[in-house]
Design a protein around this ligand. Structure first.
Ligand code: GLA
Ligand code: ZN
Length: 681
């Protein structure tokens, strides 16, 4: 449990009373009560208020608000306020200001804007964390610490350059090793001295390439800069973490993550979070399966431990191009989608809509009209009372999956820093294609890192595992030898952790396991496609499917060829293979197939391995998950469709925790409604 002081699904969100006059505060508290809000995230952007100059700290407003909230039974998720530095700091200590990708020194403005290697930022952010911990360590409202906010962005300043050199010295020991792993003899880039190394920005090795994606001359240096900047921001987080822990060893600490946020390696970060929390902002046209995958990714960061939904909007965003309202019922449904996938909190940005600046049109529980008679408030209040009713029944319940998809940030960076073979390849999109086929088939999936324990899974997929990090190939081999099923695709097994090609034939370290050799890689134009032709028919599958983007030209070295290409000069070469390896098997999908192929095929592979769907059948738009606790299973069935859907529960039956109805057989679920069925054993 995140904090046993509040044994229920926490309900509340970002609250900024520091932006308001006091008479409003009492109104807020009155309405929080009406909405069933029991957690408020305070102090996210209040650094300027709390520390008006170098030597003065003023927490009067926070003292008062913490007390008031506590008196009303509202716990506090207390932020450290270090996500936007105060103006005096920028004026006096310009080292806090970042230098951007184009080498421009930033001026005061924005947020999430401090250089992570600024001595000033580090000193004052830690001091602030210490002050807060000292002051509130015994405050009964304090439930959890929220360090900074949505860490992100890179800096290219001289302090970062110097810290990068130190980071490289620690990682590689000598400049000779750096020259070797970055292959700097290419284009005469040999470094003689550590000081020759500068951050890869648009002033040196990088530029904005096709599709606005960062392009580079040297993947090795760019990759290491991503790692280094992620580590630098993580160091800032860790410094605050340590300062807080020292004084409040029993209070959990988190920082809010952002799903598949490219710039930070969240697998590394999660090791230093007591609980993962994240901010979920899908737009009207985000596939439900994509949001589901993000929840699963966040759950996977800490081995399936429940996470916090730290932010979502009750109604609309302000920063998307088209900020649609969540339709009636959707806020509730998406809140439960998070719970269904492992969240133990439902929290919003924000509780009251601000009066000025760029977020004044961002949705909030309390809107500009200022009273509770709004659609949004009523929906929030209804959800609030439902969450009270659920009590602690679901807290700490685990999602169990037999299928895992491997997700790796280093690999993501490397795939998309690659010059060739195609700009069309987007790592997360390819993963989502596979994920969505399981989602549609109601088969639970974990999304985990490449160093996760695999033995508990029956089926492990690593689409586009371009980079094979040390030890990973051996671990996958052992997994397959022991009976596991592994699947990977084109553009896998190509490079090592420094983006150096594994010589001797693709897919490098995975070649033996897969029993194939990939001789060439063809990149297709967006207007071109090829066909995957099954060699013999498989029940329930078409004889052929469209494929494209990349086509590996492979030879079997022992693998059985299941399908071949139907067109072009490589017609008849293998497009889908399986290799028996020990007690298990390893599949290779040599091209990017239409999702229909994966939808038809992957559930069959699962069925053959005894991996069952969670319900017998459910129409498109119905999502299912299972959480387990103390031997009891809770089946979530969510209907994303605006109209009713009939769901076949098969042999399963039980009581819906929300409506108290007994459900079994074929049941109709209303549009945008859901069940949480406590299954009978
Ligand atoms: C992020 C931030 C919040 C707020 C919301 C708006 O998630 O953490 O401070 O800006 O976006 O959607
Ligand atoms: Zn910097």
């Amino acid at each position: 449990m995140i904090n046993t002081q509040k044994p229920k699904i926490w309900y509340g969100g970002d609250y900024n009373p520091d932006q308001w006059e006091k008479p409003i505060w009492d109104e807020d508290l009155r309405m929080f009560k009406l909405a069933g809000i029991d957690v408020a995230t305070l102090n996210v952007f209040a650094w300027a208020n709390n520390q008006p100059d170098e030597d003065t700290y003023e927490f009067g407003w926070l003292d008062e608000m913490m007390d008031k909230l506590h008196a009303d039974g509202v716990g506090v998720c207390l932020a450290t306020s270090t996500a936007a530095h105060p103006a005096w700091m920028a004026r006096k200590y310009p080292d806090v200001l970042r230098v951007d990708f184009d080498g421009r020194k930033r001026k005061f403005g924005g947020r999430h804007n401090s250089c992570p290697n600024s001595p000033t930022y580090r000193e004052y952010s830690v001091k602030m964390a210490e002050k807060l911990a000292e002051r509130y360590k015994n405050h009964p409202a304090l439930l959890i610490w929220h360090v900074s906010n949505e860490y992100g962005g890179y800096c290219y300043c001289d302090n970062c350059a110097a810290a990068f050199r130190t980071w490289l010295q620690e990682r590689y020991g000598s400049i000779d090793v750096v020259n070797k792993v970055w292959n700097t003899s290419f284009w005469g880039h040999t470094f003689y001295d550590w000081d020759d190394i500068v951050p890869p920005s648009s002033l040196s090795e990088e530029w904005r390439g096709w599709n606005g994606r960062t392009a580079t001359n040297f993947q090795g240096i760019s990759l290491d800069y991503c790692r280094f900047q992620s580590d630098s921001l993580l160091d800032c987080y860790k410094l605050e973490y340590d300062a807080l822990k020292k004084q409040t060893p029993d209070i959990p600490i988190t920082t809010n993550l952002m799903g598949a946020y490219k710039e930070l390696d969240y697998h590394k970060w999660a090791k230093h979070l007591d609980v993962v929390s994240w901010d979920n902002y899908p737009s009207l046209d985000t596939p439900y399966s994509y949001t589901a995958m993000m929840h699963d990714l966040m759950r996977g960061l800490k081995g399936g431990q429940p996470f916090m939904l730290m932010e979502q909007t009750p109604s609309q965003q302000n920063w998307q191009p088209y900020n649609s309202l969540k339709r009636p019922g959707v806020m509730r449904l998406w809140s439960y989608q998070a719970v269904a996938r492992g969240a133990d909190t439902v929290m919003f940005f924000q509780l009251r809509r601000s009066v000025g600046a760029c977020e004044k049109y961002h949705g909030a529980v309390i809107e500009h009209v200022g009273h509770e008679n709004t659609r949004v408030f009523q929906e929030c209040a209804d959800l609030g009372s439902e969450l009270y009713k659920l009590g602690d029944s679901l807290l700490d319940a685990r999602v169990k999956a037999k299928v895992a998809i491997l997700f790796d940030w280093d690999n993501w960076w490397a795939v998309e820093l690659s010059s060739g073979p195609t700009i069309a390849l987007k790592y997360v999109e390819e993963l989502h294609k596979y994920y969505s086929a399981f989602y549609q088939a109601n088969i639970a999936v974990d999304v985990v890192g490449v160093d996760a324990e695999l033995s508990g899974y029956d089926f492990v997929l690593a689409p586009v595992m371009y980079m094979v990090k040390p030890g990973v190939a051996e671990r996958i081999e052992r997994y397959v030898e022991n009976g596991g099923t592994f699947l990977t695709t084109y553009f896998s097994g190509i490079v090592d952790e420094n983006d150096r090609v594994t010589l001797g034939g693709y897919p490098g370290e995975l070649r033996k396991l897969l029993g194939i050799w990939s001789e060439e890689i063809d990149a297709l134009l967006p207007t071109q496609s090829n066909r995957i032709m099954l060699k013999s028919s498989i029940d329930g599958l078409e004889q052929s499917y469209n494929c494209g983007m990349l086509c590996d030209l492979i030879h079997s070295e022992g693998a059985e060829v299941i399908a071949e290409y139907g067109e072009d000069f490589y017609k008849g070469m293998p497009a889908l293979t399986v290799n028996k390896f020990g007690a298990g098997e390893a599949w290779y999908v040599a091209t990017s197939p239409d999702v229909t192929f994966l939808q038809d095929w992957l559930p069959k592979l699962c069925a053959a391995r005894g991996i069952e769907p969670l319900v017998t059948s459910a129409p498109d738009g119905v999502e299912t998950t299972l959480r387990e606790k103390d031997g009891v299973s809770y089946l979530f069935v969510l209907n994303h469709n605006p109209g009713a859907s009939v769901v076949s529960l098969g042999q399963q039956s039980g009581v819906d925790l929300l409506s108290d109805k007994q459900l079994s057989g074929n049941v109709e679920l209303a549009g945008r409604d859901l069940w949480i069925i406590k299954l009978e054993a």
